[in-house]
Design a protein around this ligand. Structure first.
Ligand code: C5P
Length: 230
């Protein structure tokens, strides 16, 4: 989709970043939001939080109707500064629990469910309509905010992305086999790119950045150049 004419007349400003797992979207989005004094909208955290609730309640993950109705009965809040964003599921802080391997690997069931995506997209648009946000996810440049002020597609070599994820998990004390993790990243990309609704793809007018040879700060620097350019 091409840029909307009204793009610059939005009351609030949206900077949207899509890309595959481990490309560094979260790190970069947090830094960017901090520099710009924008809020940070982590859409993946919302899908993860609903997955956690479904797992806890033993909802059949193949049952799209049950997942959609669960989403309708759920309140997910994102609170705090970008660097220390907390995720609340029905009032409970689940910021750590949504990052486990089990939640990561089961989120695709929730993410592929059209009824859930509709609800999530509504929530995300409501947040983005009220304040300036840096938002990251898989469909934020294509579906949620196609008219965002600036749109980026942050990519990266899959081995490098898996390495980054490994480091991140190890720093949190989680132990995982490197080969297994690589397989899971490839698998997650495949699922994110091929689902019927909200599939990950580069928006035609998104700026493509390959993060492979760059540090997070270098990616942020590049983005800031585009953001400041007219
Ligand atoms: O970005 P993160 O790894 O936290 O996302 C977890 C999962 O949530 C992704 O693999 C994807 O399946 C789903 N997701 C999505 N749409 C978004 C953000 C995340 O489907 N906008």
């Amino acid at each position: 989709m091409h840029c909307c004419k009204e793009k610059k007349s939005f009351v609030s400003r949206v900077i949207a970043i899509d890309g595959p797992a481990g490309a560094g979207k979260s790190t970069v989005a947090k830094k960017l939001a901090t520099i710009l004094k924008y809020a940070f909208l982590d859409t993946g955290a919302m899908y993860r939080a609903l997955t956690l609730k479904a797992l806890r309640q033993h909802v059949n993950l193949e049952d799209e109707h049950a997942l959609t109705s669960l989403a309708r009965q759920t309140v997910i809040d994102l609170e705090g500064d970008p660097m220390t964003l907390k995720v609340f599921l029905d009032g409970e802080d689940v910021s750590e629990e949504i990052r486990t391997l089990e939640v990561t690997n089961k989120t695709f069931y929730v993410a592929r469910t059209p009824g859930v995506r509709e609800i999530m997209v509504d929530w995300q648009r409501t947040i983005g309509g009220k304040k300036n946000v840096v938002v990251e996810g898989r469909d934020v440049t294509t579906v949620v905010f196609p008219c965002a002020y600036r749109k980026f597609y942050l990519d990266g070599n899959v081995e490098e992305r898996a390495k980054r994820r490994l480091k991140e998990l190890e720093s949190k004390g989680q132990k995982i086999d490197a080969q297994q993790l690589l397989k899971e990243v490839v698998d997650r990309d495949q699922k994110d790119m091929t689902r019927k609704m909200g599939a990950l793809k580069k928006a035609e007018d998104a700026i493509y950045i390959d993060s492979t040879p760059l540090t997070a700060d270098q990616v942020v620097e590049k983005m800031l150049q585009y953001i400041k350019s007219e």
